[in-house]
Design a protein around this ligand. Structure first.
Ligand code: MSP
Length: 501
């Protein structure tokens, strides 16, 4: 029986088109899901859209749609993005799904039964963009005198009747849990941030709204809708069968990891575990916060600056594999990093097309041309063994160790060093020169290269599923009787284009 592995992404607000930040998170999670499957884990991978709340209601009104219509239209676009980027999710959840509605209300009733909810009056600063309340002391003042949240979004004063959740009662239990489970919040810097936020004092949290109705109704208080974050966070348990339980629940909960961006760590590492503790549900094993993608020069992407990277346009112009590889290779996972199209083209050409792609292409076409497409056994000279050992270490030890702790760029770097070693070996052995002088040695060299290519392609398969599979399929032909056909490059060279072709 293989060990289960439950991984989720944040569910996106579909009030605008997906941007590269959404693609980045989906790709990173997908690489992890594919990597874990390849290791034999029984993976459940969930992503989706967060469709309730004031932000969706306001955007819908601006567009002359109902919130439900806006949600349906935009959610389909997010799902299509995932499909186009080869995201191998098991469920694409929507907070408007019927089972989610039920799960959110069931969780609410648990909090109520525990005595953690009470009715009160809320006065405070609310940011519609963040869907969050903030303390006066957290605010800053923008250039035009407007008060801003710590995320830099405008806040407005809200006064309304609301249900409160006794978050203050969970201050110590949360600190104890974090101290006892150092992997619960990763990377470490994020954990420190959360710990100091909790130590600063937790105030009870407003968890219902009466000023609009686009949300899950509060059981027993139908003029209230549930706070969109309480509703949204519940998606993680909806997907595995809460509140009924059953096979998926027993197998996958608690989740292995909630992958999120650093801007929403407070919701996942403070509110969510407090809700779960209150409801008597086990906490997820890990919340991993990745960094932010920035425009070229390290500036925030924004429409007015014109440096917004459209993930779908990049994928159309340069291919899905290229985008996936670039985003994980370029930015050290967990940190912020700048991305841009020119840098994508440069890196993909240097590392995929000219290095790995070239190694595969040279090897396969020499086997096709000189050996009737049949792969010979690997050689056993010192140089052959040294290459295969380097490849083995990179693919079986270094890359898996790094990927296992979300250090994608480190794993890819180790893999790339082995690819470089492969190309250096070809240049040194010059098999084309051996064709006349020593055909036996030529065959051994090409056999060694094929034996190196197989683990290299397998190791990188989670990152570049299409190109790596093409290489493996060609190799499989050479092993199984059918000879290797004249190969076509699995990683073609890219050209810098700024318009869609
Ligand atoms: N709906 C909430 C999440 C609810 S999870 C129970 C939300 N949605 S979002 O659409 O604003 O963001 C979705 C994810 O994309 C978040 O994890 C967020 O951090 C991530 N990113 C948004 N912009 C990003 C970048 N520029 N770079 C990297 N990730 C970014 O928050």
């Amino acid at each position: 029986m293989s060990t289960p592995y439950y991984l989720s992404t944040a569910i996106s607000y579909p009030n605008g088109a997906p941007h590269v930040g959404h693609a980045y998170e989906a790709i990173a999670a997908d690489v992890m899901a594919r990597f874990q499957r390849a290791r034999g884990r029984d993976v459940y991978f969930q992503t989706g859209t967060d469709e309730h709340g004031l932000k969706m209601a306001q955007t819908a009104r601006e567009q002359g749609l109902t919130p439900a219509e806006l949600g349906a239209k935009m959610s389909a676009i997010f799902k299509a993005m995932c499909d186009d980027l080869a995201i191998s999710y098991d469920r694409f959840i929507r907070t408007t799904d019927a089972d989610h509605h039920r799960a959110a209300q069931a969780l609410w009733k648990q909090l109520e039964a525990r005595g953690d909810l009470y009715l009160g009056r809320y006065e405070g600063w609310y940011s519609v963009r963040d869907e969050a309340f903030y303390d006066e002391k957290e605010l800053r003042v923008g250039e035009d005198g407007q008060k801003l949240s710590p995320e830099g979004t405008p806040v407005e004063w809200q006064v309304e009747e609301t249900w409160f959740f006794k978050l203050s009662a969970y201050q110590q239990p949360l600190l104890d849990h974090i101290a006892a489970n150092p992997d619960f919040i990763q990377p470490d810097s994020r954990r420190n941030e959360v710990v100091s936020f909790i130590k600063g004092g937790l105030r009870d949290l407003s968890v219902s709204r009466t000023s609009f109705d686009w949300g899950v109704p509060v059981p027993g208080s139908e003029n209230h809708v549930m706070y969109v974050w309480l509703d949204a966070l519940t998606n993680y348990i909806t997907g595995v069968g809460y509140p009924d339980g059953g096979e998926a629940w027993d197998k996958y909960w608690p989740a292995d990891c909630h992958l999120i961006g650093k801007d929403i760590i407070r919701f996942h590492a403070v509110y969510w575990p407090a809700f779960l503790m209150s409801a008597g549900v086990a906490l997820p094993k890990q919340v991993f916060a990745h960094g932010f993608l920035l425009g070229e020069g390290g500036v925030k992407m924004s429409k007015s600056l014109g440096n917004v990277v459209d993930p779908m346009a990049m994928a159309r112009r340069h291919g899905v594999d290229s985008l996936r590889y670039y985003l994980l290779r370029e930015v050290s996972f967990g940190q912020d990093g700048s991305v841009g199209e020119e840098s994508l083209v440069t890196r993909v050409n240097a590392e995929l097309a000219n290095s790995f792609g070239n190694l595969a292409q040279r090897t396969l076409s020499m086997i096709h041309k000189n050996l009737d497409g049949v792969i010979p056994p690997a050689g056993s000279e010192a140089a052959d063994l040294a290459l295969l050992e380097k490849v083995r270490r990179a693919c079986e030890e270094q890359l898996p160790a790094a990927f296992g702790e979300w250090a994608f760029e480190k794993g890819i770097e180790a893999w790339l060093q082995a690819v470089y070693a492969g190309n250096a070996y070809v240049d040194e052995m010059a098999p084309w020169a051996l064709r006349k002088t020593d055909p036996k040695r030529m065959a051994a060299v090409l056999g060694t290269l094929a034996a190196a290519l197989r683990p290299l392609a397998t190791a990188i398969l989670p990152v570049v599923p299409t190109g790596a599979k093409a290489v493996l399929d060609q190799l499989a032909a050479g092993e199984g009787g059918a000879p290797i056909a004249k190969p076509t490059p699995a990683f073609p060279r890219l050209e810098m284009k700024t318009e869609d072709a």
